[in-house]
Ligand binder design. Structure first.
Ligand code: PLP
Length: 393
């Protein structure tokens, strides 16, 4: 036996199996729709971030094909060398207008955006203050920064205030970072109170609105728009991989911010720019959102219906304020087993366990989209009730 047989990884995997939390990657054989073929079986899909159905939208597909014909399949370089095509510039312009901000810088993903922006805008001698439930990409982005770090209790304004009162005087810049919509629970950040505190203590604000983009606010403008806080948030981050249906991330804010990022955001300097097809499809996505709020309205209608019916059926769905619906079972093995049984009933809902959420907070997370029919949602709820009667009585 040698180290190269990776026995140490096998041991760790066996430990996962022992805990009942081992899983294989599911394989999808169809476009991401309300119903998909998963591992050879047709199932209702309640786990995608494709909120508005844009991932397989005919107009986005046509725009992507046109972009390929005009610009080819690859950008050919990082953005800062020769990978910044006019179609990328156009995407940034329409996004800035959509977000009602001076400028937008687009990244290869939301993850890359957090990894690039946080370290570019902070330095030694600064402090980052972060909500304890912030997304993993924020946590990783913060780790890359040379600034000091402090964490406040989830959405606890008193705790945030305590940290600012104690520490603000010791630092040059202080950056407060929060998710707009918390991705695992579906609750909203208390943005108006956070912004008031930030102004009182002269801090910068950074909102990652990955799950709010395309879902909250007028025509899906996001959480900042929902709370009418335009002009009071310094950095608004969003993803183009969820409601927008394709892939990418962006930060919206001041022109000067964009100029600085083009010199110092490492994902833009050291990783190839998005393919032109992605930019083309996304320009069409923004156009669709500007034209009509039909899809955004449908997400909320479906989300509210599902949450109401699940509550009536006696499930613990926490305190979501968005279409994201966690269904809590707390025990990890029970959660994984519940998801497996749901799949046997033709409903795919992925389990969310440690390390994505703390131990003892395991849940399945239902993502209701604009595409689901009432019939599909009813079928899913009936499956939840049936599986509960098998596993929990
Ligand atoms: C999904 C998500 C991301 C990552 O976005 P990608 O475009 O998928 O990389 C970042 N932040 C938050 C809050 C998210 O929910």
């Amino acid at each position: 036996m040698s180290v190269h047989d990776l026995k140490f990884l096998e041991d760790q995997l066996n430990e996962l199996k022992h805990q009942g939390v081992y899983r294989k990657l599911p394989i999808v054989e169809t476009p991401n729709e309300a119903e998909i073929v998963l591992n050879g079986r047709k199932v209702i899909n309640l786990s995608s971030n494709n909120y508005l159905g844009f991932a397989n939208h005919p107009r986005l597909k046509a725009a992507a094909i046109k972009a390929i014909e005009n610009f080819g399949v690859g950008a050919g370089a990082v953005k800062t060398i020769v990978g910044n095509m006019s179609i990328h510039e156009q995407l940034e312009e329409v996004l800035a207008k959509f977000k009602k901000e001076e400028a937008v810088m687009v990244f290869q993903s939301g993850y890359n955006c957090n990894a690039g922006v946080i370290q570019a805008i902070t330095q030694a001698g600064d402090l980052i203050v972060s909500d304890e439930l912030n997304h993993a990409s924020i946590i990783d982005g913060v780790r890359l920064s040379r600034a000091d770090k402090a964490v406040y209790k989830h959405s606890d304004i008193e705790d945030l205030k305590r940290i600012l009162a104690e520490k603000r005087g010791k630092y040059k810049q202080v950056l407060i970072i929060t998710d707009g919509v918390f991705s695992m629970d579906g609750d909203l950040a208390k943005l108006p109170e956070i912004v008031d505190l930030a102004e009182q203590y002269n801090c910068l604000t950074y909102v990652d609105d990955a799950h709010g983009s395309g879902v909250l606010g007028e025509n899906g403008r996001g959480t900042v728009d929902h709370f009418k806080l335009h002009g009071r948030i310094d950095f608004t981050i969003g993803t183009l991989s969820k409601a927008f249906g394709v892939v990418g991330g962006y930060v919206a804010g001041r022109k000067i911010m964009k100029e600085w990022l083009s010199h110092r955001a490492r994902p833009l300097l050291f990783s190839t720019n998005l393919p032109p097809a992605v930019a083309g499809a996304l320009i069409e996505a923004v156009k669709l959102l500007n034209e009509s709020d039909e899809a955004t309205t449908a997400v909320w209608r479906n989300g509210n219906y599902f949450k109401l019916k699940m509550k009536e059926a006696g499930f613990d769905i926490g305190h979501s304020e968005t279409p994201i619906t966690p269904v809590f079972f707390r025990d990890e093995a029970l959660t994984v087993s519940f998801s497996k049984h749901l799949l046997e009933e033709g409903v795919f809902v992925s389990p969310i366990i440690f390390p994505t959420v703390p131990k003892g907070m395991a849940r399945v997370r239902v993502m209701v989209t604009a595409m689901h029919t009432t019939e599909q949602l009813d079928k899913a709820i009936a499956a939840f009730v049936k599986v509960r009667s098998i596993l929990m009585k």
